[in-house]
Design a binder for this molecule. Structure first.
Ligand SMILES: *Cc1c(COP(=O)(O)O)cnc(C)c1O
Length: 359
């Protein structure tokens, strides 16, 4: 029976299916090999430079903004720093969508936080699935469904499929929606496929918004720091809505250090390492008879279709190798997502999977 107090919650929250975060799913499990959240398997060590915390931080720490402007080749007024890219996703909905009236589009299978935030804020969702197996945009169906849509979220490279979206299609989408909707490109994994960034198009398309994060290639998921890149007037509007002190002093301190030249070099080397581990892993997986298909990936994870998906998933789980089950997602029947770990972790995974394959 439902507790009366719970009935006080808004109806949409009572009905809400919350985000299944990797941390919640794995809670309490004594896994040794965590390949389920696309985190960096290596960590970077920092020392705090700031030692006193009695004052509130700047809402938008100037040095951090200027370091990120330098890194992304943009001007400071095109950048907003947020509590992870996740805060950027929500802030856009809070700023641009009228509850009960406007809608957002996203293209599943994709990152689930677009749905969750729209639902929390009472904004309608329109799901336009990508084309099965190529995972490219269904531009025709997007075009037919643009009424009342203020935001179109496109994840590039897409999580969990790993593919990048054809640039020509992104440009068609920007043209199609100019003056009516914003195209939000979530580039959480762009460091693994840097030639695919859309930052060069910010000048040309006033409806383009790009989301970035330090959680993946920068190996800083624990500090919660992300960026929204857009034309100045969009950034100014988002700045009206953002909390007064979203970035704590230690977060800004570490984030600035991570954007110094040497640390960017370390980051790029980690990316090269992980990309070569991915190539190795794909090659090994393709030799196994329990593997039905490995999808091409341009990120630090791969989507794999298995013949005995659930059995494989739980056997790995029991061995302390935690990956992400995608079997219940649209068009991802029998698929598991594997984050790229260290070479040793990849090797352990392959060793376990060899039990399922007579080769
Ligand atoms: C991990 C991830 C994020 C979240 O980034 P944070 O900066 O950690 O909030 C956003 N988008 C996608 C597609 C992700 O995979």
């Amino acid at each position: 029976m439902m507790d009366n107090i719970i009935k006080l919650a808004r109806i949409n929250i009572q009905k809400l299916q919350p985000y299944q975060s990797a941390r919640r799913i794995g809670e309490g499990h004594i896994g040794e090999i965590w390949l389920n959240a696309n985190e960096s398997p290596m960590s970077v060590f920092f020392k705090l430079k700031k030692k006193s915390f009695n004052r509130y931080p700047e809402c938008q720490p100037k040095d951090l903004i200027s370091y990120y402007a330098n890194y992304s080749n943009l001007s400071c007024n095109q950048i907003l720093v947020t509590r992870g890219a996740d805060e950027g996703i929500e802030l856009l909905i809070k700023t641009f969508c009228e509850p009960g009236k406007d809608a957002i589009i996203y293209c599943p299978p994709t990152y689930d936080m677009y749905r969750v935030n729209a639902k929390i804020h009472g904004v309608a969702i329109k799901e336009i699935p990508t084309i099965k197996d190529t995972w490219q945009l269904d531009l025709l169906n997007i075009k037919l469904n643009l009424t009342k849509v203020k935001l179109v979220y496109i994840c590039n490279p897409n999580n969990p499929t790993g593919n990048t979206i054809i640039k020509k299609d992104l440009i068609s989408l920007l043209k199609m929606t100019l003056g009516h909707a914003l195209i939000v490109i979530d580039e959480a994994y762009i460091e693994f496929s840097p030639q695919d960034t859309m930052t060069n198009y910010l000048k040309e398309y006033p409806n383009l918004v790009i989301l970035r994060t330090l959680s993946k290639a920068f190996a800083l998921a624990g500090i919660r720091c992300g960026f929204t890149l857009a034309k100045k007037d969009i950034i100014d509007t988002l700045n009206k809505v953002i909390a007064p002190y979203p970035i704590s002093v230690p977060v800004a301190d570490i984030a600035v250090q991570s954007l110094e030249t040497d640390y960017i070099k370390f980051m790029n080397n980690r990316v090269l390492d992980l990309n070569s581990n991915r190539i190795w892993l794909v090659n090994e997986l393709n030799k196994l008879s329990c593997v039905e298909k490995v999808f091409k990936s341009n990120a630090n994870y791969i989507l794999v279709k298995f013949f005995m998906c659930e059995t494989v998933f739980s056997a790995l789980w029991d061995k302390g190798i935690i990956i992400r089950n995608q079997n219940d997602k649209i068009n991802l029947n029998k698929c598991l997502r594997i984050s790229i770990g260290t070479r040793l972790e990849c090797l352990r995974l392959i060793q376990e999977l060899q039990f399922f394959s007579k080769k």
